[in-house]
Design a protein around this ligand. Structure first.
Ligand code: NI
Ligand code: MN
Length: 232
């Protein structure tokens, strides 16, 4: 699809770096240095304006504190997760909740539902961190991208289509902790996106779902299999 100046780089797992047509850099789910799928050349974040966190599991916020302290981006997450990040010394948090939209950098960000857990394993404790979420991001060029976070398929993905009509969706397919290709195919049916980027597969042996398995189930959808470090 034509991204009209937006650049999307997959850093492996659920982590994406987006460069907006206006020159801002957005990082979704900051698991970079500790992410075994992230290429070495991508581990040194050079610039960051906005950080979006979907939930409190280590494979999504594992490097959030370190990266936020270094680059001072606007940090978006559900309020309880932002509260934990602030306790760890992160500034510029802008907590929001599902259904809300705010402008950060040069994009409009809407927080949407995800069907998943959200506790933070902090030392020997599990800290309550609100609920897992996804995001719909609207860029100044009109392109709309949905990042589902970790989730099972849920019927209200139809509402995400009806209200926001994302052009492109990043959805988990790995199985075990999230949807497998079977549920992800149903998600494609509800979301009606022309283009889908599968994520959250292959990082660990239990994440067995494969983009090719999803493509077979949804022949009418363009399933884009990215390589970690690749840019669209
Ligand atoms: Ni998770
Ligand atoms: Mn995960």
């Amino acid at each position: 699809m034509n991204l009209k100046g937006l650049k999307i780089t997959w850093l492996g797992h659920a982590t994406f770096r987006l460069e907006t047509p206006g020159g801002k850099t957005i990082l979704i789910d900051p698991w970079v240095m500790g992410n075994p799928m992230c290429p070495e050349s991508e581990k040194n974040i050079k610039k960051l304006d906005v950080m979006l966190c979907t939930h409190g599991h280590f494979d999504h916020i594992g490097d959030a504190v370190e990266i936020a302290k270094k680059h001072s981006p606007a940090v978006v997450g559900i309020p309880e997760l932002c509260g934990w990040l602030e306790k760890k010394g992160v500034k510029n948090c802008s907590g929001m909740n599902k259904g809300g939209t705010q402008t950060v950098g040069d994009v409009r960000v809407t927080m949407v539902h995800a069907d998943h857990s959200c506790g933070i394993y902090d030392g020997d404790q599990i800290v309550y961190a609100g609920e897992a979420c996804g995001y719909v991001i609207e860029f100044s060029n009109g392109v709309k991208v949905y990042h589902a976070g970790d989730t099972n398929v849920f019927g209200d993905m139809a509402i995400i289509h009806d209200l926001y009509a994302p052009d492109l969706a990043m959805i988990p397919i790995g199985d075990h902790y999230t949807m497998s290709p079977r549920e992800a195919a149903y998600a494609c049916k509800l979301l009606k996106c022309k283009t889908v980027i599968p994520m959250h597969f292959g990082t660990f042996p239990v994440l067995t779902g494969k983009p090719g398995d999803l493509q077979k189930l949804v022949p009418g959808t363009e399933i884009v299999e990215m390589k970690p470090g690749q840019t669209l």
